[in-house]
Design a protein around this ligand. Sequence first.
Ligand SMILES: [Zn+2]
Length: 128
Amino acid sequence: MGHSIREFEEGYEVGRRLLAFRSECGFVTATWGLVCPRCGVRDLAELPLSGEGRIAAFTVQTVPSEEFVNDAPYAYVTVDLPEGGRITGWMAGVRTEEELSIGDSVHFAPGYRRGVQFERGSGASRRD
Ligand SMILES: [Zn+2]
């Protein structure tokens, strides 16, 4: 199964599409790589993601990078994926650490800017 750096940049990095990869050994990662870090196999298969997840860790950024200067404060989040593995991203509109908790449901919500953006709640609850 083929996947290219260009596809990765156009999908994952731009934030329009979530990609993860699964190795024959079952290892799942949303981090780009050509080789499984656990068993060394080179044939990683694309794994479709639901876009759902739960917060595994987060921090509120009040001193942003240049690109996010108009969005601060915001949360930088590490999200556990139901498909396995974790992915990092950000959530707009989070001003204090009291607004989020470990285990909160979030969903992938492509925004107007680059990066993997999440919003609160499950994607299913948002579409009702
Ligand atoms: Zn492996």
